[in-house]
Write a protein that binds this ligand. Structure first.
Ligand SMILES: [Zn+2]
Length: 489
């Protein structure tokens, strides 16, 4: 251990002892996160086989119980990890939607956190002596295998809390009965296009204390979840200012959040959302780590109880105002005339290699006056000249052959936005490749229709040049020197 770490540990020991535990713990957890990050799961498309050894490893830890509680439709094991001896049972389940894995990663970070001994020991002790934690990581392993929301029966588990047709939903219900959880954490991901209210900032974290009846009444069970959310939301402002939202409170009679609350568990829905330049949501994963440990401490200390419940309703609503790219006031020629229009673009992820990898396909979401919408990247093209991209005249056998002869950004700078390969293999094209890649006879209609994927260059009178390819904005002046795409693999 290095000297400065020693000082830090002494500092936060004293912090915890002087009643500043709440603020200090979150800050220190955020700061020290990297120490506990589970490095074997670095991207979103990890599978059941990747987590099984991490779950089983927890068996070696004193005071931890690992139990195979059941199986998915396709017979994958579903585990529950129990730790702590406190009188307040807390149940957490992640990835009931297979393509929503961020919190699963954070759970393994938390397992690592509880597997070591360091300056956080007082916090660990406080949590484990006051709470009994029950974790169900990856409730929907069959969905994770395909990276789809639904399970292998194509049932949405979060619409199966009432009928309990699927084994995974039955399992979750049974675990609530068995643990009699006082608090529940329903851990999800949401699209990166959600914003915290009507503004440009993404809803990086969205909460909900689900209603237990259609009248959306507040009772003690729901109220405790709402108060805890108020506390977590305030804590997060430091890391994601104005980036916390709340789902609308509409009662969904088939969803687990709602029914868990009805059954007596104060349930907190946590949705991991978008954050600029975080496509694999690793920053949001870190926030999950801080959120959950902060929540455990709050439940142990009951500090959530001091929060004004009315503040819950002041959290801005989750709205879908964002896009990957917004081009404003672009002059385009359509049907023989020139029009000035805004265009919003998004990028769809097309999966391959058994849902372990993906590439992007851009498309126009909307056009016209889009003043009320935003983009992660934005360009105001007012007064700029737009030129439609052309297809590079020479054809190549495959991408490797093309890259041997050309720098794609030089090709782009010359006004060519697409290349043609005799043998196109989409799986060999990097997700952020700056040119469209067309097959031998593949058609490409470069137009500004809704749903189409136009590629073009925009030049300002001062000579600034931008390219839009595959729903992505590329600043050409700065990028022409980058040659990373020449590197294989
Ligand atoms: Zn979900």
């Amino acid at each position: 251990m290095k000297f400065h770490q020693l000082i830090l540990i002494t500092l936060f020991f004293s912090g915890l002892n002087h009643g500043f535990a709440q603020a200090n713990s979150s800050d220190l957890l955020f700061e020290k996160y990297e120490t506990y990050r589970e490095k074997s799961i670095e991207h979103r498309r990890f599978k059941h086989k990747d987590i099984v050894p991490l779950v089983l490893k927890m068996k070696e830890l004193r005071g931890v119980e690992v139990e195979e509680i059941g199986h998915s439709v396709e017979n994958r094991s579903i585990y529950m990890v129990k730790m702590g001896t406190g009188k307040t049972p807390v149940l957490l389940w992640s990835q009931m939607h297979g393509d929503e894995p961020t919190a699963t990663q954070a759970i393994f970070d938390i397992f690592n956190f509880f597997s070591v001994s360091d300056g956080f020991d007082p916090l660990r002790e406080k949590i484990l002596s006051n709470l009994t934690l029950y974790f169900i990581p990856m409730l929907n392993p069959d969905g994770a295998e395909r990276f789809t929301r639904r399970n292998a029966l194509q049932i949405d588990l979060n619409r199966d809390a009432r009928r309990l047709a699927s084994p995974e939903a039955r399992l979750l219900k049974a675990m609530r009965e068995r643990t009699q959880a006082e608090f529940g954490f329903n851990l999800h991901d949401q699209q990166k296009y959600y914003t915290a209210g009507h503004q440009k900032i993404p809803a990086t974290i969205t909460f909900l204390a689900p209603a237990f009846n259609p009248a959306e009444d507040m009772n003690a069970v729901r109220g405790d979840a709402a108060k805890l959310i108020v506390q977590l939301q305030k804590m997060l402002q430091k890391y994601i200012p104005n980036g916390v939202a709340k789902w609308n409170d509409d009662f969904e009679p088939r969803a687990f959040g709602e029914l868990m609350t009805k059954w007596g568990t104060s349930t907190v829905l946590v949705e991991s959302g978008g954050y600029k330049n975080d496509p694999e949501r690793q920053f949001v994963r870190k926030l999950n780590f801080v959120i959950l440990l902060t929540a455990f401490e709050s439940i142990a200390d009951k500090t959530y109880d001091n929060q004004p419940i009315g503040d819950y309703f002041k959290i801005p609503l989750n709205e879908k105002m964002l896009n990957d790219l917004m081009i404003r006031r672009l002059r385009v020629k359509e049907k023989g005339r020139t029009y000035i229009e805004d265009f919003s673009f998004r990028q769809r992820e097309i999966q391959y290699a058994n849902a372990t990898k993906f590439y992007h396909k851009g498309y126009i979401v909307d056009k016209g006056d889009l003043v009320t919408f935003f983009g992660y990247d934005e360009l105001d093209a007012d007064g700029m000249t737009m030129t439609l991209g052309k297809i590079w005249p020479k054809r190549y056998k495959n991408l490797t052959h093309f890259l041997k002869k050309n720098n794609p950004l030089d090709v782009l700078s010359q006004g060519y936005t697409a290349i043609r390969l005799r043998k196109k293999e989409p799986t060999q094209i990097p997700a952020d490749f700056p040119l469209l890649v067309l097959g031998k006879k593949e058609g490409y209609h470069n137009s500004f229709q809704l749903g189409s994927n136009p590629s073009f260059l925009v030049k300002s009178s001062a000579g600034k040049t931008f390219a839009v390819v595959n729903g992505r904005l590329i600043k050409l002046k700065k990028l022409t020197k980058i040659t990373s795409f020449l590197i294989e693999k």
